[in-house]
Design a protein around this ligand. Structure first.
Ligand code: NAD
Length: 347
């Protein structure tokens, strides 16, 4: 059988490193492209059997026909979230696989880094001390012990965060449309969103970005939160209406925000733009707050996660072109996780 050809978009040096360590064990060829996949670069896919994409490569309705005409049969996402793919548009034409879990610990631990960094003002202390300013005035934080964290989405990442928060001696409130009652044994209380917003000192978002969760955090929901609440988002930028968040920060209603994702991140995150002017005024405003910590979608970025991403992505591609069932396929008809019969694919 001829080797499948994979076009790998938005390739960064660290991606190449982790995939080059794994790919020789699998039977396909990879070509790396530094560009993101978009309507200008879709022509690069001619003659490739699959594209390997990351969070900011967008496949919309308009692109599907071009990809299929170029011979692409598979979109192999090297991430967990799939909000960047129009699943309805690709259904029946191109299969989609993803990496459902590579290290929930990486993301949950980063959420904790944002919480602790903001609470104890590590970002400010770091610069003060380097400047010879050893004053601690203004750096006062609060104990996490005894405080309440509201976890929105108690899947793999939310679940790990719950365990860490319990280790800190925090009270945990949670909301999930499909609550895993096992967490109640750990002292977690499932509540509706208004109660979670009203009672939490820290709110951390771990649900997928869908039509229902778009702008979950908005002016109205912010008004129902505790004064001084910390909002942490390592989920997806679109979960938060950023302008409303800025309003809450300006009024002091929100005590701080730790953001690993931003709704308009695709032109900025993962790129070195240190010599450029930021033309996104919303992002620029966010970066002016002393109580906002923004990281550039790096929550997943640990050695362990990168190795798992490369292994699972290569396994997904091999399963697909081997003709068998692909356990990590997602599809529109099956409502995200493909529930194929044992002997057939959905299409
Ligand atoms: P998961 O599928 O294991 O868990 C998601 C949970 O969200 C599920 O329990 C689901 O029932 C729940 N959910 C669905 N709709 C909801 C809603 N309306 N309100 C509240 N909860 C809802 O996924 P996961 O692995 O825990 O990842 C969660 C999200 O984190 C992903 O969708 C992805 O967008 C994001 N993520 C970010 C990074 C990063 O580097 N920043 C890395 C991986 C994943």
């Amino acid at each position: 059988m001829e080797k499948a050809k994979i076009a790998f978009f938005d390739a960064k040096p660290y991606d190449k490193k982790s995939f080059d360590e794994v790919v020789p064990g699998y039977g396909f060829e990879i070509a790396y492209f530094a560009d993101k996949l978009n309507d200008k670069t879709v022509g690069l896919t001619k003659g490739f059997d699959a594209v390997c994409l990351f969070v900011n490569d967008v496949v919309d309705k308009g692109m599907v026909a071009a990809l299929a005409a170029n011979g692409v049969k598979l979109i192999a996402l090297r991430c967990a979230g799939y909000n960047n793919i129009d699943l309805e548009a690709v259904y029946g034409c191109i299969h989609v696989v993803r990496v459902p879990a590579y290290s929930p610990h990486a993301v949950a631990e980063h959420a904790v880094a944002l919480i602790l960094g903001l609470d104890r003002k590590i970002h400010k202390a770091y610069y003060r001390v380097r400047e010879g300013n050893f004053s601690i005035d203004g750096l006062i934080g609060f104990d996490l012990f005894g405080k309440t964290i509201g976890v929105v989405g108690t899947g793999k990442i939310g679940g790990v965060l719950i365990s860490i928060a319990r280790g800190f001696g925090m009270k945990v409130l949670a909301y999930d449309p499909n609550p895993d009652r096992e967490y109640e044994k750990e002292g977690v209380r499932f509540v509706d969103l208004p109660e979670l917003y009203g009672a939490s000192d820290i709110i951390s978002l771990h649900c997928p970005l869908t039509r229902e969760t778009h702008h979950l955090i908005n002016g109205q929901t912010i008004s129902g939160m505790k004064d001084g609440v910390l909002i942490i988002n390592t989920g997806r930028g679109g979960l938060i209406d950023t302008k409303a968040l800025i309003g809450g920060l300006k009024s002091g209603k929100i005590g701080g925000a730790g953001l690993d994702v931003y709704e308009e991140e695709s032109d900025y995150f993962f790129e070195d733009l240190s010599s450029e002017v930021i033309t996104d005024d919303v992002l620029a405003r966010l970066l002016t707050f002393p109580n906002v910590l923004v990281t550039s979608h790096q929550a997943f970025f640990t050695k362990e996660a990168m190795r798992n991403i490369a292994d699972t992505t290569c396994g997904n591609i091999t399963e697909f072109f081997g003709g068998g069932l692909v356990k990590n396929e997602i599809c529109y008809r099956c409502n995200t996780v493909c529930k194929k019969k044992q002997d057939q694919r959905c299409f």
